[in-house]
Design a protein around this ligand. Sequence first.
Ligand SMILES: NC(=O)c1ccc[n+]([C@@H]2O[C@H](COP(=O)([O-])OP(=O)(O)OC[C@H]3O[C@@H](n4cnc5c(N)ncnc54)[C@H](O)[C@@H]3O)[C@@H](O)[C@H]2O)c1
Ligand SMILES: Cc1cc2c(cc1C)N(C[C@H](O)[C@H](O)[C@H](O)COP(=O)(O)O)c1[nH]c(=O)[nH]c(=O)c1N2
Length: 174
Amino acid sequence: MSLHTLPLAAIGVEKQEFRNAMSRLGAAVNIITTDGPGGRAGFTASAVCSVTDSPPTLLVCLNRSASVHPVFSENQTLCVNTLAAGHESLSRLFGGKTPMAERFIAAEWTTLVTGSPILAGAVASFDCKVTQVVSVGTHDILFCEAQALVCNDDTHGLIYFDRGYHHLMRQEAS
Ligand SMILES: NC(=O)c1ccc[n+]([C@@H]2O[C@H](COP(=O)([O-])OP(=O)(O)OC[C@H]3O[C@@H](n4cnc5c(N)ncnc54)[C@H](O)[C@@H]3O)[C@@H](O)[C@H]2O)c1
Ligand SMILES: Cc1cc2c(cc1C)N(C[C@H](O)[C@H](O)[C@H](O)COP(=O)(O)O)c1[nH]c(=O)[nH]c(=O)c1N2
């Protein structure tokens, strides 16, 4: 087996080095919404993935210092709205610092089972109850069991990669 010199190798990992490396992992962009006794809130998240299909469960990582954190903690329900091509400005709007009412005015919303806002035109929406929360470092990992789904076959996908947005074209139906 031959040994190669690793490009840009780092032993011991600083926060910024970690972020730089993580920026190379392309990910879907989602707007996570909630509505309930704690109020209505939403934020942009790329730290979202499938956990198990039985019961149908996703996870969402939420920074405990985010302004929306107390609202999600109280409501215990949320919707994962996976963004479509063209939703870049909506992603930026829900990405921090904008007052909550201004975020929601920019799009059309419905509700399904939990009452969490469902984004019209999302690639997919997972209406969920939060079943478990695990804290790791700065974030809470929210385990979310889907109660209802919406899928949209008419839109192309959106990926966040290298700190920028990229469209993913759906294959033509054969
Ligand atoms: N998981 C997250 O909390 C997360 C993910 C993406 C972006 N963001 C936030 O969005 C803003 C813009 O991000 P960017 O991607 O353009 O540049 P960036 O350099 O802040 O982040 C690069 C990558 O590092 C990871 N990351 C960033 N902040 C993190 C955190 N606090 N905890 C865990 N992972 C994190 C993400 O994968 C991100 O795509 C920043 O404020 C960032 O903190 C947060
Ligand atoms: C593309 C992209 C992806 C993410 C984010 C931002 C952007 C632009 N943010 C940050 C998050 O959206 C932001 O902190 C929230 O809106 C909370 O901000 P306020 O505290 O309400 O200003 C974010 N935050 C988080 O807790 N988990 C995540 O997975 C992500 N992912």
